[in-house]
Design a protein around this ligand. Structure first.
Ligand code: 5GP
Length: 206
């Protein structure tokens, strides 16, 4: 089974995924290719495969990506070989990639959308993590977040990340449930009124 986690930058995807994997959840986290430069502390082959645009284009032409997309002005893609694993695979990718993977693999894919509690909190987290180079970069991520929030309804499951520990618990439970039962999401993970409340803070009509 393939699990996809998407959500705006600052929703907390990286943090919760690290914690979920530390719980010995039997999942392989796919490593993507990207044309963006490494942030401080990021390691090639661990966080991403950092590649030039020419290398990316060449792999793309050879059909080497299960999905790829342009995000925040850079290319990102999941190498096909990352999906040929014995274990269940976890992809941390954007909504464009999530749609491509769902279209290709359909029933074997479960998509999860991680939401921040509000637009104000998202902006606070983006500023607090200090990873964006300048104000322009922060504005670009916030603008993309508005577009991403419009895509929530595509996903099988919505999780509002207001407490990392609770989100981790929910994800660990969800992965265990889905990989054992190979069935659909428990209904409690699609709460329309909660989604509408968060979307309203981004001025997105539910
Ligand atoms: P960042 O540069 O902050 O690590 O990632 C920026 C965005 O690119 C995030 O939304 C992340 O989920 C997305 N992303 C990372 N890897 C991939 C990938 O392989 N494919 C796609 N479509 N998006 C990706």
């Amino acid at each position: 089974m393939v699990f996809v986690i998407s959500g705006p930058a600052g929703a907390g995807k990286g943090t919760v995924i690290k914690k979920v994997l530390r719980r010995n959840t039997p999942l392989h986290l796919a490593i993507s290719w990207t044309t963006r430069s490494p942030n401080e502390g990021e390691v090639d082959g661990v966080d991403y495969y950092f590649r030039t645009a020419a290398e990316f284009r060449e792999k793309c032409t050879l059909g080497g990506f299960a999905e790829w997309a342009e995000v925040h002005g850079n290319y990102y893609g999941t190498p096909t070989e990352e999906l040929v694993k014995k274990e269940d695979v976890l992809l941390e990718i954007d909504f464009q990639g999530a749609k491509q993977i769902k279209q290709k693999l359909c029933a074997d894919v479960h998509t999860i959308f991680l939401l921040p509690p509000s637009s104000t909190e998202l902006e606070r987290r983006l500023r607090a993590r200090g990873r964006e180079k300048d104000e322009g970069e922060i504005r670009r991520r916030l603008l993309t977040a508005h577009e991403e929030m419009r895509q929530a309804s595509f996903f099988d499951c919505w999780l509002i990340n207001d407490s990392v520990d609770q989100t981790v618990e929910k994800l660990v439970g969800l992965f265990a449930f889905l990989s054992l039962s190979r069935s659909n999401t428990p209904p409690s993970y699609r709460n329309e009124s909660l989604l509408a409340r968060v979307q309203a803070t981004f001025a997105v009509a539910a």
